[in-house]
Design a protein around this ligand. Structure first.
Ligand code: HEM
Length: 246
């Protein structure tokens, strides 16, 4: 009883950060799932039209994902002190020392408490952010090269199509299937596109590895430290029996 009265609840994650987190979870799950089907479309015997429909669905989920991510990036400059990039990413004054202190505490079985991300968690945030931004940028380019969709679709259409041709006439077609495409320009566009699809696939595998690592780290930290790390992403609050470092 005496111990529970010593527990103090602290507000940590603001509403924007929590909404971002759960919208991002839903979008990433949807994008991973639909992306995996697109990736295996040949093996699954999906028709050309089916593939275009799947890619279009993937891109629409991608737009929600991209807007949510962009908003979170802005929020990292204007949100509460724990949502800010200065507190969420590695680096800054004293970060190296804090990381060493946290790792030492971890080895000794008593890591120092943090309201926001602990120094190790900040490395994970950086990795996840990098992977998400990579998927976002490469995905938006691919949406332009493949489906001629915004924000870059009009540029690719101007590059590969004869003047006056529309995206609807060309989606899913190659130069051999229509006189509306310029074969040389189309080949050059496909060469330009190659590193983007490679980075998009690499980012996919990066997320397939990083997401379970993130979940495992959160569950292990919660079991060891008992600060309400997981429930805080719903309630916004964590509990501590001693004064956190941040
Ligand atoms: C977490 C985020 C994302 C994941 C995990 C993901 C995953 C994938 C995967 C696995 C593929 C199949 C790759 C292949 O067929 O070689 C794919 C394709 C594609 N993605 Fe994403 N994606 C993400 C975000 C986005 C976003 C934000 C957009 C655009 C708004 C986007 C647009 C596309 C397009 C257009 C394709 C088709 C490329 C092609 O095969 O021709 N993706 N994605």
């Amino acid at each position: 009883m005496r111990q529970s009265s010593a527990l103090r609840s602290h507000p940590v994650w603001d509403a924007t950060t929590r909404w971002f987190h759960w919208i991002n979870v839903l979008c990433v799950l949807g994008l991973l799932g639909v992306g995996l089907v697109i990736f295996n479309a040949g093996t699954l015997g999906i028709s050309g039209e089916g593939k275009v429909a799947l890619k279009t669905l993937h891109v629409w989920i991608g737009y929600v994902f991209a807007i949510n991510l962009l908003w979170r990036i802005v929020w990292g400059f204007v949100g509460n002190r724990y949502a800010r990039w200065s507190a969420a990413l590695p680096g800054g004054r004293g970060y190296g020392q804090a990381l060493v202190g946290y790792l030492r505490g971890l080895r000794a079985g008593k890591p120092p408490p943090y309201r926001g991300h602990n120094p190790l968690g900040r490395l994970m945030v950086a990795l996840l952010l990098l992977l998400l931004v990579n998927q976002c940028v490469t995905g938006l380019v691919l949406a332009g090269t493949d489906l001629y969709l915004p924000p870059f679709g009009h540029l690719f259409l101007d590059w590969v199509a004869v003047p006056g041709a529309s995206a609807e006439q060309l989606v899913g077609l190659k130069p051999a299937q229509t006189p509306l495409l310029d074969a040389d320009a189309y080949a050059a566009m496909r060469t330009f596109r190659k590193p983007f699809i490679e980075l998009h696939e690499l980012g996919f595998w990066g997320l397939v590895l990083a997401i379970p690592l993130h979940i495992a780290a959160v569950v292990i930290t919660e079991l060891r430290e008992r600060n309400g790390l997981i429930s805080a992403m719903f309630s916004g609050r964590k509990v501590f029996s001693e004064e956190p470092r941040d």
